[in-house]
Design a binder for this molecule. Structure first.
Ligand code: ADP
Ligand code: AIR
Ligand code: ASP
Length: 278
């Protein structure tokens, strides 16, 4: 989908007139206030709420890969990803990481703080996989000596290319201080999530984060953290295909996608969080 700055354009009506009655009924189950569809992406729909500082994100079952060249659906994915994300955002908040997450008014819906998303995808890698292997020749599964933080330009039209620091600064995507802040936050988030997934019997191979600025210019972790945005390997499996519990099952046609996503949710919900807050 073409990128546009959320909140800046005239919002599109939520439902066409012909389905107004259904639309009204559906809205009433979520909130008594009118909602307008602000943006529909590949995996989520964002709606306005009565409060301009709060958005409602609806997680879809739709799945895409390779910059939407491959399309499909994963039954139950919307709810699973919303619940996993909510749980992980709570975990991070308990460790004083500031996130956009407020609450879930329905299993596939999340209320979030409205932020201006930075056009940067922050990827953290613990083990070599995916584009790192394709672009460097490193064998899949190579344990990295330390976590690698990479920046990609969040721009579908350009295919989300890898950025160098100089390109990032050239394009004014962030200041040097912001880059430093993103690196520090990404590494901290990696520590917390890696420890947690370890307890779930899952290896956090790599993941993508998005950040945004709220009205007070505070940097918040945004978007989602789910099997759509992480590579997750079952620690009990050595087989390179069987161990995959994330969107690579869809990307690589490995089958059993729904089961893998369900299994991640189950393990996340069963695992006790080692903090005093949660
Ligand atoms: P895409 O836009 O890549 O197709 P999604 O379907 O997940 O991705 O769409 C959700 C969009 O909402 C993303 O572009 C993401 O950057 C944006 N977003 C996520 N969290 C927030 C937030 N708190 N405020 C505003 N926009 C957000
Ligand atoms: N990712 C990147 N863009 C979209 C997503 N979901 C995630 C992948 C993977 C990590 O970022 O799901 O967990 C690195 O992706 P890649 O393709 O660069 O190896
Ligand atoms: N989410 C991106 C897409 O839909 C990239 C990916 O996950 O492979 O194309």
């Amino acid at each position: 989908m073409a990128t546009r700055s959320i909140g800046s354009d005239a919002p599109e009506k939520l439902f066409p007139d012909i389905t107004l009655e259904v639309a009204i009924n559906r809205q009433l189950t979520i909130s008594m206030s009118p909602q307008t569809k602000l943006y529909e992406g590949k995996a989520k729909i964002l709606y306005t709420t009565e409060d301009p500082e709060i958005l409602l994100a609806e997680f879809k079952d739709d799945a895409t890969a390779f910059n939407a060249q491959k399309r499909g659906a994963i039954a139950g994915k919307g709810e699973i990803n919303c619940r996993i994300s909510a749980y992980l955002f709570d975990l991070l908040a308990a460790h004083d990481v500031k996130t956009h997450f407020i609450d879930c008014p329905a299993p596939d819906r999340m209320r979030v703080k409205n932020v201006k998303i930075l056009p940067i995808e922050v990827v953290v890698r613990n083990i070599a996989a995916g584009s790192l292997c394709q672009q460097t020749g490193l064998p899949v599964g190579t344990v990295l000596p330390q976590p690698l933080v990479e920046f990609f330009y969040k721009n579908d039209a350009l295919g989300d290319p890898l950025l160098t620091l100089d390109r990032l600064l050239l394009l004014n995507l962030a200041t040097p201080d912001r880059v430093e802040q993103l690196q520090v936050m990404a590494k901290r988030i990696n520590q917390i999530l890696s420890d947690f997934f370890d307890r779930c019997g899952i290896t956090l191979v790599d993941f993508k984060l998005e950040f945004g600025l709220d009205r007070q210019q505070q940097l918040l972790l945004a978007d989602e953290i789910s099997p759509d945005t992480c590579r997750l390997w079952d620690r009990a499996e050595v087989d390179p295909d069987k161990r995959v519990m994330d969107k690579d099952r869809f990307r690589r046609d490995l089958g059993n996608i729904e089961d893998a996503y369900q299994q991640v949710l189950k393990r996340v919900l069963e695992t006790k969080i080692p903090t005093k807050n949660v």
